[in-house]
Write a protein that binds this ligand. Structure first.
Ligand SMILES: [Mg+2]
Length: 266
């Protein structure tokens, strides 16, 4: 199996079925059931996942495919695992907001081999391959901005408490964005477009970060839970982890400090 070509083919096929479905007037936002992750499956998720799995099955891949909707698919007995999120940011995708991604990661047992995160709306392709990270085929490295000016943080507030935290950190952060596709938020830190990502409450599924997290770490970024502990892969698709991801260790420890202050004082 040639990882990069496979990912690019899956991406092309998903994009083309989305375009033709929209032309036919198919409602891609229709809820058609509950996925293995315990969350609603939209028409767009099912279509994209079916294509992706079909294309993987046509290769000589042996191992496990772990996907958001269908769960675990075992093909043969190898210790390789593909973590697949065919559409990260489904709501953006079916509402025509150009910020949604395909995320694919290949692991040997629990060690990362290759990862691919692509913004399907504009084609931005983040690739982690042979220890290097590229954006649109050019090497990337995270940026260290001055500590007093953390430029932009992507965040996923869920409840009143999450929004309180936004208020709490606003004096330290220049720009806060809620963009709606976590894999992309994390991937864009590798190129310096975003400085940090925070999921304070709802928690991410492993399919959301299996590709983006190691890409960011390879590019010089830092990822941990809110206590600063490292995050591991969870084969239980309903499991969630809170996450802080940053462009470098200085920003990471500063944000962790703010988080601890917030947790202790509110
Ligand atoms: Mg998804």
């Amino acid at each position: 199996m040639e990882f990069v070509n496979l990912c690019r083919t899956i991406s092309k096929e998903i994009t083309s079925i989305m375009t033709s479905s929209k032309q036919k007037g198919i409602n891609l936002g229709q809820e058609i059931g509950i996925g293995a992750d315990g969350e609603p499956t939209y028409k767009i998720d099912a279509l994209a996942e079916d294509i992706a799995i079909e294309l993987i099955e046509k290769t000589d891949f042996h191992g496990k495919i772990i996907t958001e909707e269908r769960g675990i698919i075992q093909i043969g007995t190898s210790e390789e695992t593909i973590w697949l999120d065919p559409i990260d940011g489904s709501r953006n995708a079916y509402r025509n907001i150009p910020y949604y991604a395909l995320s694919i990661a290949l692991y040997q047992k629990s060690s990362f081999k290759n990862g691919f995160v692509q913004n399907l709306a504009n084609g931005d392709e983040f690739l982690g391959y042979n220890g290097n990270v590229t954006l649109n085929r050019k090497p990337v490295k995270t940026i260290l901005r001055p500590l007093h000016k953390v430029g932009m943080i992507a965040i996923r507030p869920e409840t009143k408490r999450g929004f309180q935290f936004l208020h709490y950190i606003q004096e330290y952060i220049n720009f806060i964005r809620i963009m709606g596709a976590a894999a992309l938020d994390i991937a864009y830190i590798t190129s310096g477009a975003v400085d940090a990502f925070l999921d304070l409450e709802r928690g991410l599924k492993t399919v959301d970060y299996a590709a983006a997290q190691p890409l960011l770490e390879l590019a010089g970024g830092v990822v941990s839970d809110l206590q600063g502990q490292s995050i591991s892969l969870q084969e239980d698709l309903t499991a969630r982890v809170t996450m802080l991801a940053s462009s470098n260790p200085k920003i990471h420890s500063k944000l962790l400090d703010r988080l601890q202050d917030f947790i202790l004082t509110t």
